[in-house]
Design a protein around this ligand. Structure first.
Ligand code: VTB
Length: 313
């Protein structure tokens, strides 16, 4: 069964309104307030939609921010059963410090078709290849780069890799440097990072490294609509992390997930810019109106595009 197209405008409205709420806090040096504004607005708007929604991926536990919590029921209950993954403010630092790249993100799938990801780290990799045998999380960086270069009929030095700039990625970054791969290091916001492989205009060939698990699942849902490659594996640092994952039904903690195990069936993904970034432009206010830009995908309709809308504030 497909998710009705009528929901598209409604979900674009949700992320646009959440983005606007957070935009008012750009540059205020208050990550928690910026996140809370987006969360509260997202919840209010989602509750207006005719659906039996349930949050399967919430945001906040890692940095103790306000959450749309996992298991929370959303919508008027008059409509289809939907699984909802949210990241109302992806890039709290970006909003707090008035930096590019903050997004408000949502992914919606038919009931039980979206992986319930625990709030933990995830090793992930994305690329715009449809052949599943080119890249693998268990390959060395060198092998993945050589395979990708061959697949794209390029030299490794023609490729660009996007990586979160973190000390934990020192080894990967050095390997990429040795291979003469061009680096695009991002300070935060790896939903966007993982999605930069979707279009040549972003000039990113591969995204790899360790970031947030929920962010990985959100990115995966859009990558599925773009028919791109994505693989991941959760990383559990503490006993508490492991126990929580087991409670959520994850038996094999070492499991490598393929895209089809993260999301199946139909889905809608929306990412609205708060501050302008690589993926989409940010909110623009003009007296009583605001303009928002949203990357939207709808799997069953083959929809994948960036739309700009103007609304009353
Ligand atoms: C990423 C990024 C987020 O967290 O998931 C990252 O997408 C991973 O965590 O924007 P660390 O910051 O601990 O490395 C964010 O940067 C913030 O949630």
């Amino acid at each position: 069964m497909a998710i009705d197209q009528k929901f598209i405008n409604q979900f674009v409205n949700v992320t646009s309104k959440a983005a606007l709420a957070s935009y008012h806090l750009v540059g205020k040096k208050d990550k928690i307030a910026a996140d809370k504004a987006a969360v509260d607005k997202m919840r209010t708007e989602l509750n207006k939609i005719d659906m039996e929604g349930e949050v399967v991926i919430g945001e906040g536990e890692l940095d103790e921010a306000p959450m749309l919590f996992i298991g929370e029921k959303l919508g008027t209950k008059k409509g289809p059963k939907l699984d909802i993954a949210v990241d109302p403010l992806e890039g709290t630092n970006f909003v707090a410090n008035n930096l590019p790249g903050a997004l408000s993100v949502i992914s919606v799938a038919e009931k039980s078709n979206l992986l319930n990801a625990p709030e933990t780290y995830m090793n992930k990799i994305s690329a715009n290849v449809s052949d599943p045998n080119i890249i693998d999380l268990d390959n060395s960086v060198k092998k993945n780069i050589y395979n990708l270069a061959e697949y794209k009929d390029k030299q490794p030095s023609d490729l660009t890799a996007c990586v979160l700039d973190r000390p934990r990625h020192k080894k990967i970054i050095n390997e990429l440097k040795n291979l003469k791969v061009n680096l695009k290091l991002i300070t935060d916001g790896d939903v966007s990072g993982a999605l930069l492989v979707t279009d040549q205009k972003y000039n990113v060939d591969i995204f790899l490294g360790i970031g947030g698990g929920p962010e990985g699942v959100l990115a995966a849902s859009a990558l599925d609509a773009f028919d791109c490659f994505f693989q991941c594996r959760f990383l559990f640092n503490t006993i508490e992390d492991k126990n929580r994952a087991k409670k959520m039904g994850i038996i094999d903690l070492e499991k490598k997930y393929y895209l089809k195990e993260i999301i199946t069936g139909d889905s809608i993904f929306c990412a609205t810019g708060i501050t302008s970034g690589d993926l989409v432009s940010g909110i623009n206010i003009d007296s009583n109106d605001f303009t928002s830009e949203t990357l939207i995908t709808h799997k069953s309709a083959g929809l994948k595009k960036i739309i700009k809308i103007k609304q009353k504030i």
